[in-house]
Design a binder for this molecule. Structure first.
Ligand SMILES: [Ca+2]
Ligand SMILES: [Ca+2]
Length: 243
């Protein structure tokens, strides 16, 4: 009976916690529904603020002795004009000091299927197992940012956890991605994709020294890590479909 009661309390606290957290941050908050009912009786929330102009892939898994449960496996839409103005809220709950893993992924190039990922582990502790009446919940805030100076995605800021007057413990994490403006298919960087780009690829196929790294990235239109005739064919097909 105690379990059920504390579960109800937990949900009530969670709802209030997420709302108050959201109000202090961005203009709009979108609550993401989990794929399975979340088990636990200690309140937690993950707030993600994408601050770059492309999709963010989110996977949140709870690691338990009975197995790993994927509660969220979703794609947050590209921000466009509203970059950084929308928060996405994911409820997570603690049970036996639950460990969670969050994997964030971002396309390397706008519109590309070629993504880069980073993983972060966190814990939502259970009141039944911790003698600490003061902690009422855990919030993990992730800003997904752009930094083209990086080779690989990085976690560039992980602040000390801070507890507010309501007993909510907040951890702020900045996750930075190199996110080039290269347009897949635009091999000559004139911001349109046309037959001149196909011609560039055929020149490269005859002489691999013809392209630099950025051109190789742009020329891998089908994002399979190689530049070959299939990319030229796919670009040509796309151009024909546009006409
Ligand atoms: Ca072009
Ligand atoms: Ca390719």
């Amino acid at each position: 009976m105690k379990k059920i009661f504390s579960k109800i309390i937990s949900v009530a606290v969670c709802a209030g916690m997420v709302l108050s957290t959201a109000m202090s941050a961005a203009a709009e908050t979108v609550t993401v529904e989990p794929d399975y009912p979340i088990h636990g009786n200690k309140c937690g929330a993950v707030i993600i603020t994408p601050e770059l102009d492309r999709e963010v892939y989110v996977k949140i898994t709870q690691l338990t002795p009975d197995g790993d449960y994927v509660y969220y496996n979703t794609v947050l839409p590209a921000g466009g004009e509203t970059v950084g103005e929308t928060d996405y809220s994911f409820i997570v709950e603690g049970k036996d000091d639950s460990s969670y893993t969050i994997t964030l992924g971002v396309p390397k190039y706008k519109g590309s299927k070629d993504t880069q990922e980073i993983t972060y582990d966190f814990t939502v502790s259970d009141t039944d197992y911790i003698v600490d009446e003061e902690i009422n919940g855990y919030v993990y805030m992730f800003s997904v940012l752009r930094n083209d100076d990086l080779e690989q995605p990085e976690i560039t800021a992980e602040h000390e956890t801070v507890m507010d007057e309501n007993g909510i413990v907040t951890t702020v994490v900045a996750v930075t991605f190199p996110a080039s403006d290269i347009i897949p298919g635009d091999v000559n960087f004139d911001e349109v994709i046309n037959l001149y780009d196909v011609i560039e690829i055929t020149k490269y196929l005859m002489d691999p020294s013809y392209f630099g790294d950025d051109q190789i990235s742009a020329a891998d239109y089908n994002a399979d890590g190689k530049v070959n005739l299939y990319d030229a064919i796919d670009i040509a097909k796309m151009i024909m479909n546009m006409k």
